[in-house]
Structures are given as C-alpha cells and as structure tokens.
Design a protein around this ligand. Structure first.
Ligand SMILES: NC(=O)c1ccc[n+]([C@@H]2O[C@H](COP(=O)([O-])OP(=O)(O)OC[C@H]3O[C@@H](n4cnc5c(N)ncnc54)[C@H](OP(=O)(O)O)[C@@H]3O)[C@@H](O)[C@H]2O)c1
Length: 494
C-alpha cells in the first residue's frame, strides 16, 4: 500500500527557544492544541524521555497513543509514531523540526509525516492531518504564545478571546415561516446571527440546497421539527467567517458544505456545529456542493447500506429525474443494477434515461406496477419518495421478498401498513432518514468523500440545478411542488 505524505510549515513570531520550550514537551498538546482534550504520559515517565508514550483523548472522542522516537535539543527536532489509535492512520511517523529565521526573533516550523490508510480514505485522512492537525496546530500555538504562554504548562486553555473571533452579531437575510401553509408562507426577513457558540462555525452562505423535506416542514406535517416561527432548510455551502471556542479543524476563509438534522439553512448567514460540516476543496464549487451533499449521501446510504443494491438488483426509483432520483439512477446503473424509474412527463423521461434509468415509466397518476412486472417480474428494491398516493401500486410492484424503502411522501403521508399485508409477500419495509447515516463527523466526511469521488469519476453526473434568489424561496417551493422541476433546486443569497 502506497505511503501517504503530508508536509506543512509556517513561521512563528517568536524566538526558537520559546517555541521549542512548548514543542519539546511531548505532553503539552492539551494545553495549546484544541483538538486534544486530555494528554497523559504513561508509566510515570518524563515527557522528554525517548520511548515515552503519550495517551491522547481528542475532542471528538477518538483516542491516540503515540511514542516519542527521538528528541534533539541541539537540532530542535523530534520524531514520534502512533502505536495505537481509533482513527485509521497506520504506520504514522511524524517529524517536527524548528529552525531560527535569520532575524532571530522568528521561528520556521516544519511538520511532516508519512502513513498509510484503508483504501479509499487516503485523501480524507491526508486532509485531516494537514488541516485538522498541522495547520490548526500552527494557528493554536501562535495564539498560545500571543497570549503570553512561554511554556506548555498553564492552568487555562489557550482558546479564549482569539483575534479571529468576531464578537458581534451579523445581520442576515433569513426566510421565515410564521404560519404553516402553502409556499407563500415563506417570507424574507432580516435577523441577527450571533457569534458562533462553542464547537460552532459562523458561515456566510453562498448556496442553499432545497429538499422536499423543506416542503413537509413548511406545510406543518412534522411540527416538532419546525416550531413556529421557523426557518426551513437542512443544507448549504459557503465560507467560514469565524469559529467558536474548541473549533480547531476549520479556520475563517475555509469553504464548507454542511447538512444537519435541525432546519435553518434558508439564511445568508448561519451558525452550525462543526460536526455537520465538510471542507470543500478547489474542485468542488459551492452550488454543486449545496445541491448534492444531502441528496448524494441519501443515494449513497440507499444503495450501499440499506438497499444493498448490486449487479442484477431489480431497482425501481420514483421521481427518477428529480434531485435524489437522478443520482440514485446513475449510481445504481454503474453498479450493474437493472434500473426502472417513474417520471411524470416525456421531458423528464429523457433526463432519467440520460442518468442511467434503462426502463422509464411515464405516469402522473401513480400507476406503474403492471409495467414493472412486464419489464422485470417485479422489483427487488423500491426507492419511494411518493408516499400515500402510490401505496397500493408500490406493494403490487414488489417482487416476493422485496424491500420497500419509503424515504419520502411527496403525494401525502403514507398511511400505516399492516404487518399481515407485508407478510403476504414476505417483503420488508424501511423508513430511513439521511441524518442517521451521518451520525458522527467521521461518517459524514467519509460519505461526502464517496459522493464527491463518484462525481469526479463521472459515475454520478453533477446534479443539474435550477437556481433562485434566496428571497424567492416561495417560488422555488412552488416549482418543486408543481412536479415541473428536474434535478436539484438551489437558493442563492443576494
Ligand atoms: N429520508 C431521507 O433520507 C431523504 C433524503 C432526501 C430526500 N428524501 C425524499 O426523497 C424524495 C425526493 O426528494 P428531492 O428533494 O430529490 O425531490 P425531487 O425528487 O426533486 O422532487 C419531487 C418529485 O416527486 C414527484 N412527485 C410525485 N408526486 C408528487 C406530488 N404530488 N407533488 C410533488 N411532487 C410529486 C415529482 O416527480 P414526477 O413528477 O416525475 O413524479 C417531483 O419532481 C422526497 O420524497 C424526499 O422527501 C428523503
């Protein structure tokens, strides 16, 4: 397996002795690197003794044990290796090197490592080490020294009153629902977005993804989810403008996309937990990211986890030209599934075919089971965002032992199903939600990377977008509900 290499460097505005005094202490990171929660040297050894092992608990709950391999006070170099970790970094060896900058008051700091990773996680883990550990570490140590800590040991953490934090609220344009109802209930207002709280980042949003779930919330179908007055929206992309305490993996200026289980993304500025975010690299633009993060991750868990779709699976996808549907069709076809899909018009049929749907059934009144039986003698897996109007037809379309995945209810809430009805064909029924499949930050990043990779490789074409100004959110919802839209809808703050 090829070794990954990460190299980062910076210049610190402090003399080399001051920087080295912190870094030579192998047990110092919990004092200045905010990714580290606790650090302890095992077996009562001193923290500059070669062979000592430090035991880290990270802020995200991970554990890492690292051994000091060498330490030179003369050359200002130390090396260390991971001996055990709950993050999948293997054969990790890192070197920290300091050199005085010629004016004597500044220090050049070089941090480099090599490691291997499980297949498919190379880019994600390189990024995590480079940004979340090294670059965040540079910024954290600079602040630590600015705050007057010349050695590692101190009684307070180094994250308070940081210069990169803005203390004041920012006025944002925000869509509010004050009464449940039709699309006209979405109205633009202004609101103050406070500085980010602990563990949060404040984002100036550039693109906001519209999802059918936003319609259910606006209608009041799930009132606990959107108490009034409320702001819908589960995903967006934009630029981090400031970060709360304990945030080490992102810095102002980073571009991110996010999805999260609490609505509120229909706004030009928003605070979100850092655990909801994925950093965007140069190859991914904000609009594509906002349009495809939640929908792509939905396609990912439907195909790979819940539906276990593989070559030969007879798959029926409803709304096959829509946001989720078009991504599911393309990905499933690439896996060799037999892909059938429903759409309500010939224009949508062309789009569905272009996305790998081999057998397109054009129907606007939810009749499709006869067609499914004539194409494939039934469906092994049905991906159903239609809901109640298609209830009987979905059951009829299932092959024996099939799997009915009810992920949405565009036509209305699905009425309860009787277990005896299901047993008559020995079928299974699932009612999943995407947020449960990205329950922690590592999983979110892993799934997002899988989606971006599928897009980079052309397995899933970039989702087509219909764009609206944020203030025209009502028009976007009306369009989505009209059954005329194709691909994904995106709101753009002015
Ligand atoms: N549970 C989850 O994790 C999860 C995550 C994301 C999305 N979803 C669900 O997946 C489905 C697709 O979501 P999306 O955001 O990508 O939307 P979408 O598919 O782009 O738009 C919805 C489509 O549903 C079809 N539809 C059928 N009957 C309809 C009706 N009475 N009113 C409006 N549309 C109707 C239309 O396609 P045709 O006209 O071609 O039939 C329409 O274009 C939704 O049910 C959504 O709730 C679930």
């Amino acid at each position: 397996m090829a070794l990954q290499k990460v190299v980062r460097s910076t210049v610190i505005d402090a003399p080399i002795e001051k920087v080295w005094a912190v870094l030579r202490d192998f047990n110092s990171h919990d004092q200045w690197h905010t990714v580290v929660d606790t650090s302890e040297i095992e077996d009562g050894k001193t923290s500059d003794r070669v062979g000592c092992v430090r035991n880290f608990t990270l802020q995200d709950g991970n554990h890492i044990r690292e051994m000091l391999l060498s330490l030179s006070d003369k050359d200002h170099v130390s090396t260390y290796t991971i001996v055990e970790a709950t993050v999948p970094l293997q054969r990790y060896v890192a070197t920290v090197t300091l050199k005085p900058v010629t004016d004597g008051q500044r220090t050049f700091w070089h941090w480099a490592s090599t490691f291997s990773t499980p297949a498919g996680m190379e880019a994600q883990l390189r990024e995590m080490v480079a940004h979340g550990v090294y670059e965040a570490g540079f910024a954290n140590l600079k602040r630590h020294l600015q705050l007057g800590h010349s050695t590692a040991r101190s009684t307070t953490r180094s994250t308070g009153n940081l210069p990169i934090r803005q203390a004041s609220p920012i006025t944002a344009q925000t869509i509010k629902v004050r009464e449940y109802g039709d699309a006209t209930q979405l109205r633009a207002e202004t609101s103050d977005v406070p500085p980010p709280g602990p563990g949060e980042v404040r984002i100036r949003q550039t693109a906001i993804g519209v999802n059918y779930l936003d319609v259910y919330l606006r209608k009041g179908w799930i009132p606990d989810f959107l108490p009034l007055p409320g702001t819908p929206g589960m995903e967006a992309a934009g630029e981090v403008i400031d970060v709360g305490t304990d945030v080490t993996s992102l810095l102002p200026g980073d571009r991110v996309a996010y999805m999260g289980p609490l609505p509120g993304s229909y706004s030009s500025v928003r605070n979100v937990p850092v655990a909801w975010t994925v950093r965007l690299s140069g190859g991914m633009d904000d609009i594509t990211a906002a349009a495809s993060l939640l929908k792509g991750i939905t396609a990912d868990y439907l195909l790979h986890d819940l539906g276990r779709v593989q070559a030969g699976t007879r798959l029926l996808v409803h709304a096959a030209a829509g946001g989720v549907g078009s991504m599911v069709c393309a990905w499933a076809r690439n896996k060799g599934a037999l892909v059938m899909g429903t759409v309500s018009s010939e224009a949508k049929a062309r789009i569905a075919r272009d996305h790998g749907c081999q057998h397109v059934i054009v129907t606007s009144d939810y009749t499709f089971s006869a067609a499914v039986h004539s194409i494939a003698q039934g469906a092994d897996v049905i991906i159903d965002g239609l809901g109640d109007a298609a209830r009987e037809e979905n059951f009829a379309a299932l092959a024996p032992c099939g799997h009915w995945i009810s992920l949405g209810q565009a036509s209305g809430p699905l009425q309860p199903l009787s277990p005896d009805w299901l047993v008559s064909k020995s079928v299974s029924f699932s009612r999943p939600v995407a947020f449960a499949y990205v329950a922690n930050h590592a999983l979110l990043n892993q799934r997002a990377e899988r989606v971006w990779q599928a897009m980079r490789e052309g397995i899933v074409p970039p989702v087509q977008t219909e764009r609206f100004a944020l203030k025209d959110a009502a028009a976007a919802h009306a369009r989505l509900e009209s059954r005329q839209s194709t691909g994904a809808l995106v709101l753009l703050p002015g």
